[in-house]
Design a protein around this ligand. Structure first.
Ligand code: GAR
Length: 204
């Protein structure tokens, strides 16, 4: 059965495009992306989604910096509930979700550019370089009330080289993100993810 998702973005939208490509190529044939919403009016991802034929708009989260204010929250929850979405996928969405949003759908997934639980929050690639780790990567996880703390679905790794910059590492990780996210979504919509506390089992 087709599952309906809203994708939330804040910027470039390359993970969004990777998901759209997977839908269009039939890898995610049972997924319908019903809306793309950005909390940033300038996000290049809005135009990219429109060019692919999707309903994409800026919705103000309100005046708070990293969260939603009361009015913003009402706007988001209203749109999500009205849309009948089963899932929300965060694709470079740089704002902390409120539980009211999390509870308005069956599940929320996020992609993060580090091997969680290392380097939560902003600038994960910079944190990894500065810490001196030799391996990094990306994580797709369920979103819970914490920040980057929910049960992990999949991680993909990349080496970190001595001459890496934040940008070169981010680019290497991004290539893995574009594989990891469609895979995790596929398992979710096929009901192949079993959650036992923090542990996610993938039924093959
Ligand atoms: C991606 O690297 C994503 O993992 C990261 O932002 C980038 C968005 O790129 N997300 C976070 O850091 C979330 N805390 P994109 O807009 O091209 O998908």
């Amino acid at each position: 059965m087709t599952k309906r998702a809203i994708i939330l973005i804040s910027g470039r939208g390359s993970n969004l495009l990777a998901i759209i490509k997977a839908v269009k190529e039939g890898y995610l044939k049972d997924l319908e992306i019903i809306k793309v919403i950005s909390d940033n009016p300038e996000a290049p991802g809005i135009e990219k989604a429109k060019a692919e034929g999707y309903d994409a708009t800026y919705v103000s989260p309100g005046a708070k910096k990293a969260r939603f204010d009361e009015e913003g929250l009402k706007r988001y929850v209203g749109i999500i509930r009205e849309s009948g979405a089963n899932y929300i996928f965060l694709a470079g969405f740089m704002r902390i979700l409120d539980e009211k949003i999390i509870n308005s759908v069956d599940a929320v997934l996020n992609i993060h550019p580090s091997l969680l639980p290392s380097f939560k929050g902003l600038n994960a690639q910079k944190q990894a370089i500065e810490y001196g780790v030799k391996v990094s990567g990306c994580t797709v996880h369920f979103v819970d009330a914490g920040v980057d703390t929910g049960p992990i679905i999949i991680q993909r790794t990349v080496p970190v080289y001595a001459d890496d910059t934040e940008e070169s590492l981010a680019e290497r990780i991004l290539a893995e993100e574009h594989k990891a996210y469609p895979y995790a979504i596929k398992k979710l919509i096929e009901d192949k993810l079993e959650i036992h506390g923090r542990i996610v089992k993938i039924k093959e």
